[in-house]
Write a protein that binds this ligand. Structure first.
Ligand SMILES: [Fe+2]
Length: 279
């Protein structure tokens, strides 16, 4: 199938975080994403909310992103690659009040913002922080919930976050088994509960983006285990398209993702991947 992937989480800007180290790596990363079926990718370099406590530091970091984005955009235009590039940040909620008024912090300047918590630990007031983002008028998209320690014992909290307006983004690499079996099983459980809005790569320009094994796993999904909305989605292909194409596109354009039916995937179909990778 042609999934027409829209990938809203990646670290492909050159030299700004733990992703692509220079322009050559950034272009190779874009090529790798394109070869795996990605039509559009959003560069989401790491940015900490606490930086905004000293505006000059935040401005300096955002200026660094501006420069890297301009450099990569120009090089992409001169290359024979066809992948489209957009920008945002992966916004770490390490401060209680998140000022997201700068459009560069949000997905292509719209209301959606990709957020994470530090060190793969869920802070006790994670729900309050996500709710504060919603209450400020933004649309939080929580990156890789399956990777937080102990989240499998906190599904009641996750249910509230989703009900309060947080979208969940699972990593393709989690589905591929690249972080081990626990994140993979948790990702599958989140999918089965119908809580996942979209899948993205979180590609750090190292190894491969792991879209094919993730799609293979999604293709193993059987009939819906829970319905979403009034019109059940009959086809598995349509279900995958919602997760990897339609909902990311909607979030980028500022609309909430469509509810996605819960479906069980077969964890036996895509083996664990190995190799040297960052994060
Ligand atoms: Fe990331």
């Amino acid at each position: 199938m042609s999934a027409e992937i829209v990938d809203l989480h990646s670290h492909v800007l050159p030299g700004v975080d733990d992703g692509a180290r220079d322009l050559a790596e950034a272009l190779s990363a874009l090529k790798a994403l394109q070869e795996q079926g990605v039509q559009k990718v959003i560069a989401t370099p790491h940015f900490r909310a606490s930086l905004l406590e000293r505006r000059s530091r935040a401005d300096a970091r955002l200026a660094l992103f501006d420069e890297a984005y301009d450099e990569l955009t120009e090089a992409l235009a001169e290359s024979d690659l066809e992948i489209a590039l957009g920008r945002a940040c992966e916004f770490k909620l390490d401060a209680p009040v998140a000022d997201l008024s700068d459009p560069r912090l949000r997905l292509e300047g719209g209301p959606a913002v990709l957020v994470e918590f530090g060190s793969f630990q869920l802070p006790p007031f994670a729900g309050n922080q996500l709710k504060a983002v919603v209450d400020a008028g933004w649309l939080p998209v929580l990156a890789h919930p399956e990777r937080y320690f102990g989240i499998e014992t906190a599904f009641d909290r996750v249910a509230r976050w989703v009900a309060d307006g947080t979208a969940l983004q699972v990593n393709a690499r989690s589905l591929a088994g690249g972080y081990g079996s626990a994140p993979r099983q948790i990702a599958a459980e989140l999918l089965a509960r119908g809580w996942v809005t979209c899948v993205a790569s979180d590609y750090h320009a190292m190894g491969v983006p792991e879209w094919p094994p993730a799609l293979t796993l999604l293709q193993s999904a059987v009939a819906p285990v829970s319905s979403a909305g009034d019109e059940p989605v009959e086809s598995g292909e349509e279900w995958i398209r919602q997760l990897v194409s339609e909902n990311p596109r909607r979030l980028i354009s500022g609309e909430p993702g469509k509810p996605v039916e819960g479906r069980s995937v077969d964890l036996g179909v895509a083996g664990s991947s190995r190799g040297r990778r960052r994060r």
